[in-house]
Design a binder for this molecule. Structure first.
Ligand SMILES: Nc1nc2c(ncn2[C@@H]2O[C@H](COP(=O)(O)OP(=O)(O)OP(=O)(O)O)[C@@H](O)[C@H]2O)c(=O)[nH]1
Length: 425
């Protein structure tokens, strides 16, 4: 039913090169045998049965599968009894057999760099790029401390700068209250001391968001990734695949954006660059792709399975329902999965991030955030708003921050470094 890819295959009819891994999922599942789970082939059949006759809703994200049909299909594939009324008559199949998706040519030589903090590359270290990116915010905040007296007008200007940086009312008030108290207690008279104090206070404020990613919490660790269109999901998955592999973990990717061919190809390309298997199927139900990927990950003994999903706005309720379904179906493939549910947010978004987090959290119970594009934003204060629980948002941990488009431009979030980049030295 599904195809597996590692490298470019120039002619679908030709026998693949030795380093090309294109196998039917059922063969892979048979390698180690995961007997309790329905074989993908059985699932395909079951989906065919279960879907036929059901009015599939066009979600705008590809051929959607009604939820009951997924349940029925899984039950059928697993050999469980299913109410007859749940099984539509066998007629024309709804899911077409996938055409193999061919990964584009990638000449990328294996990259030597790791996801370490100190690594240098053209354009400077990641911290330098973060600082540069946050410069507009940093200048507006850090610049206030130059050649001024510590008085009420400094606090007023700080308040404006923090609000302009999208720190939000709650965080701004809380940070300034703490700063005033520190200035009083430590009798700070020099503006540069006040700036240092603000940096400390901001680092403390952001610290609850800092959490190391628990890569070894399960095997395979099933990670579902969601976010609005263009937030940087696929790029982040590619970077993460690289970082996880650098830590010795084997990775499998699922192209859950079954609607947009370009999105699938983008993931396949990232997979090829990292020599990682990608499961993709054009026009399939994304929940079925996710289900199959989890089973394949189990069968192959992968350390991590990352499931990409199509971008969607929280206001597109039918697409949010689809996301819930993907989460549920992953849980049917493996009871305790997904272990991590990540929301990728664009660091340029500002306060709108709060409603994104709230909506995605309500739908799929987030476990972490990835904040991208921090290499070019004036909205660096948004994470302070998240940490403050502004507008009723749950302070979801930030696992990583994106500071560029390259393979290594994803770094663990470290509150102190972030505060330093934001406020300046
Ligand atoms: N500067 C910069 N660009 C980034 C970063 N992360 C992603 N991008 C760019 O953002 C654009 C969108 O990234 P994608 O990974 O395609 O985003 P997506 O969320 O998968 O997009 P959809 O599938 O359309 O929803 C691409 O041009 C990326 O190169 C980052 O940290 N910094």
């Amino acid at each position: 039913m599904f195809s597996f890819f590692k490298r470019k295959k120039s002619d679908p009819d030709q026998k693949p090169d030795n380093d090309v891994d294109i196998q039917p999922a059922e063969e892979i599942a048979g390698e180690t045998g995961v007997p309790q789970e329905p074989a993908p082939e059985a699932l395909a059949e079951a989906f065919g049965q279960a879907l036929d006759g059901d009015a599939a809703v066009d979600t705008g994200a590809g051929e959607d599968v009604p939820d009951e049909a997924v349940d029925t299909a899984i039950a059928v594939a697993a050999g469980e009894p299913v109410a007859e009324s749940a099984l539509p008559e066998a007629d024309a199949p709804v899911i077409e057999e996938p055409q193999p998706v061919v990964a584009p040519a990638v000449n990328a030589a294996p990259q030597q760099e790791t996801a370490g903090h100190t690594q240098e590359k053209p354009g400077g270290s990641w911290l330098a790029r973060l600082r540069k990116g946050l410069a507009r915010t940093g200048q507006s905040i850090g610049g206030l401390f130059v050649g001024v007296k510590v008085d009420e007008s400094l606090f007023e200007e700080l308040e404006t700068a923090l609000l302009m940086a999208d720190a939000g009312v709650e965080a701004t008030e809380s940070l300034l209250a703490a700063l005033r108290a520190r200035v009083k207690k430590d009798r700070l008279e020099d503006a540069s001391q006040v700036r240092e104090a603000l940096r400390d206070i901001l680092a403390q404020h952001l610290a609850p968001l800092e959490k190391p990613f628990p890569l070894d919490a399960a095997k395979p660790l099933i990670v579902m990734i969601a976010g609005v269109n263009g937030a940087g999901k696929t790029t982040s998955i590619g970077k993460l695949a690289h970082a996880f592999q650098a830590q010795g973990a084997s990775v499998l990717l699922a192209a859950g954006d079954t609607f947009r061919a370009a999105a699938r190809e983008q993931l396949i390309e990232w997979g090829a660059r990292n020599d990682v298997t990608v499961i993709a199927q054009e026009g399939a139900d994304p929940a079925a792709v996710a289900f199959d990927a989890v089973n394949a990950g189990r069968a192959r003994g992968a350390h991590v399975v990352m499931v990409d999903t199509a971008g969607r706005l929280p206001t597109q309720l039918h697409l949010m329902e689809e996301l819930k379904k993907i989460r549920r179906v992953i849980g049917k493939a493996q009871g305790d999965a997904p272990h991590e549910v990540l929301l990728v947010i664009d660091g340029n978004t500002g306060q709108n991030v709060l409603s994104q987090i709230r909506a995605f959290d309500a739908a799929i119970q987030l476990t972490g955030l990835v904040v991208t594009k921090l290499d070019g934003t004036a909205k660096g204060g948004t994470l302070a708003a998240v940490a403050a629980g502004s507008q009723g948002v749950r302070p979801v941990p930030v696992y990583w921050i994106g500071v560029g488009e390259g393979m290594h431009d994803l770094q663990p979030f470290v509150a102190r470094e972030f505060a330093q980049a934001l406020i300046g030295d």
